[in-house]
Design a protein around this ligand. Structure first.
Ligand code: SF4
Ligand code: SF4
Length: 610
């Protein structure tokens, strides 16, 4: 048996970590909803588990998304995570070749150079020896970047580092020490046993010139073992808890779990998976344009973890979804923020006595719901009415007079029960109309209708509906040839995945010019209803910056498909800002040629036909 007293700190650290992780995993999994446990049971022995293994390899070890987002930051993560993983794998193979046994003491590969002092002679072991030195060198380069980044964040292209708790500092110090100490321990051992390779052997020979390397090596092996043990023990109390948690998250997500309207064990797992890479800080316009660098998701999640989450931090967010798209861990950051708001909210569901009691409405082929924000920008709903009439659509303008909000703004503020009152009221009226299609002009309403109304009919935003009318030849538009840029509204694009249809429509009769910050990377207009506490100057700064960015494309028209975006951008725009419904209504050529039966065209069909 291979043993030395210095293996005790490492062994103890591993045992403590295993017990704490097992306890934590059981706690989280026992807080999952029954439906989620069923999903795990149904999917665990399917190909989805293989997809999860692949994702763990690509994201937790190779950090593909971080690398694509930021090369230097990505290199740092890859060299540390994948490098350490390879040290474990190569170390295990090396001991297998050396002893001919796969089952050795679990610490044996970690301290292999101490236990096996005979210089390697065979070809394979020489290769392993060199591979271990090379991998250690890669990990050390990652440590160097991490240290430099802590003092100069700009080295990884970041403006700011995240602040550390005591647990973080302890874990970070241990992590920074582990690999330099391993280098010193292996080199000092090579200095008297000649069992090193291209890096450890020359360093060992150099140390042996003027130091008692045999005695010194024991000191270094002790320090190496202590730093390993300290890191293991500090993992559950530090940001590094994200390492084991992210792996669990990837498996659960592949088995179909996601954060929904209840805060469950899965929500907790998502929160603990944040690696504090800081990518969400620079992505956030409240930071880059509004000078607020304390409300981003990394701080929100950190304060939640340490039980220090303040309501103002929960509220101060546009819910634009830019950070959710950028987050390499794939945490549903927007929903996490909404769930915390729900916890802080005092619900008043009985306060909606004004809701119209009479649910009888006229029958129609299509129900049109403009949305509250469209009422503040009435040219949009007027344009839609003009288009409906031109297309000879039998429509009902549901919220023209007795307008009841769709409920989503209440939901964004965390008032789920109150929102349900409004949803149910509108839902009954939509069903009573007998319509087969619901069209809305507001992306906020659209998301609500899609997710909360459970309507058994087609639900379309007008940017999906209008190209369909053109394809059905129910309307036609005169080509304008004008240079147009399109601004993707947050709730329509990142929130609902509608990117192609408005572009197809605009290209049909305009000269649509591409911009860098579009589709998933689109800027927020700053007018979001999602922020409950934003400083007005900060909001203006974001609105102005977004407007200036869109104007810099030198287009004749800035097009969008959200009444809120239109208002926000128009305040600071030189170019006219138009909703796509207004552009279509202004370009209508003639009335309907035919009355073909309503058919909803899928994205690909639209691309092929128009
Ligand atoms: S929330 Fe995502 S992007 Fe932000 S620090 Fe955490 S892991 Fe990185
Ligand atoms: S949702 Fe938007 S405003 Fe809120 S933290 Fe993320 S990027 Fe910033």
């Amino acid at each position: 048996m291979h043993f030395s007293l210095f293996v005790i700190p490492f062994t103890a650290g591993m045992i403590i970590l295993t017990v704490l992780l097992a306890f934590q995993y059981i706690k989280w999994l026992s807080n999952l909803e029954t439906g989620n446990l069923t999903k795990i049971g149904l999917n665990i022995f399917t190909v989805k588990t293989m997809y999860a293994v692949r994702e763990v390899f690509m994201e937790s070890l190779l950090h593909r998304k971080v690398f694509n987002n930021n090369r230097m930051l990505g290199y740092m993560h890859i060299s540390l995570a994948f490098g350490w993983f390879m040290l474990i794998v190569i170390g295990k193979l090396e001991t297998f070749f050396y002893t001919g046994k796969f089952a050795n003491e679990f610490y044996y590969p970690v301290f292999f150079r101490f236990f096996e002092l005979t210089p390697h002679k065979s070809g394979m072991l020489l290769i392993f020896n060199a591979a271990m030195d090379f991998t250690l060198l890669v990990v050390l380069s990652g440590i160097l970047v991490a240290i430099l980044r802590r003092f100069r964040p700009a080295i990884t292209g970041m403006k700011k580092n995240t602040k550390h708790s005591t647990g973080d500092r302890l874990a970070l110090t241990a992590l920074w020490l582990i690999f330099p100490l391993r280098l010193l321990a292996e080199s000092a051992t090579a200095g008297y046993a000649a069992n090193g390779s291209f890096m450890t052997q020359p360093l060992g020979d150099f140390l042996a010139f003027f130091l008692p390397v045999q005695t010194l090596s024991i000191v270094f092996w002790w320090m190496y073992s202590i730093s390993l043990g300290a890191f293991m023990v500090s993992i559950p109390f530090s940001r590094y808890m994200h390492i084991p948690t992210e792996i669990l998250l990837i498996f659960l997500r592949n088995w179909g779990l996601k954060t929904n309207e209840k805060f469950t064990g899965f929500s907790e797992i998502e929160i603990q998976s944040c690696s504090r890479c800081g990518i969400c800080i620079d992505t956030c316009q409240m930071n880059s344009q509004g000078n607020n660098c304390t409300s981003q998701m990394v701080y929100f999640l950190r304060d939640y973890r340490y039980d220090q989450l303040r309501p103002d931090l929960t509220d101060n967010c546009l819910l634009c979804g830019r950070c959710t798209v950028a987050c390499p861990v794939g945490i549903d950051l927007t929903q996490q923020r909404i769930l915390q708001r729900k916890k802080n909210t005092f619900e008043q569901p009985e306060g909606f006595k004004y809701l119209p009691a009479n649910q009888s409405v006229a029958k129609a082929e299509v129900v049109y719901f403009a949305g509250c924000m469209s009422h503040l920008s009435p040219t949009i709903s007027r344009s839609m009415e003009k288009i409906f009439k031109a297309a000879k659509v039998n429509y009902l303008f549901l919220d023209k007079n007795e307008s009841v909000c769709c409920g989503r703004p209440l939901k964004l503020s965390g008032q789920f029960e109150a929102a349900k009152k409004l949803v149910e009221n509108n839902r009954q009226r939509i069903i009573a109309s007998g319509a087969k299609t619901l069209v809305t002009s507001c992306p906020i309403c659209y998301k609500s209708f899609k997710e909360d109304y459970h309507l058994n009919i087609e639900v379309l935003h007008h940017s999906e509906y209008l190209p369909t009318l053109i394809l059905q030849k129910r309307i036609s538009v005169v080509p304008s040839g004008k240079k147009v840029v399109f601004h993707d509204p947050c709730e329509l694009g990142r929130g609902s995945g509608i990117y192609i249809q408005p572009r197809i429509l605009l290209k049909h009769f305009n000269n649509l010019i591409p911009i860098t910050q579009e589709k998933e990377n689109s800027l927020c207009c700053g007018g979001s209803l999602g922020n409950l506490s934003m400083d007005p100057d900060e909001r203006c700064a974001i609105q102005k910056a977004t407007s200036e960015y869109l104007n810099s494309a030198d287009a004749e028209i800035i097009a969008t498909s959200c009444p809120m975006c239109k208002k926000s951008i128009a305040q600071f725009s030189d170019a006219p800002v138009k909703d796509i419904a207004e552009l279509v209504a202004a370009s209508l050529e003639n009335t309907a040629e035919s009355q073909k039966p309503s058919k909803h065209f899928k994205e690909q069909e639209m691309v092929e036909i128009i």
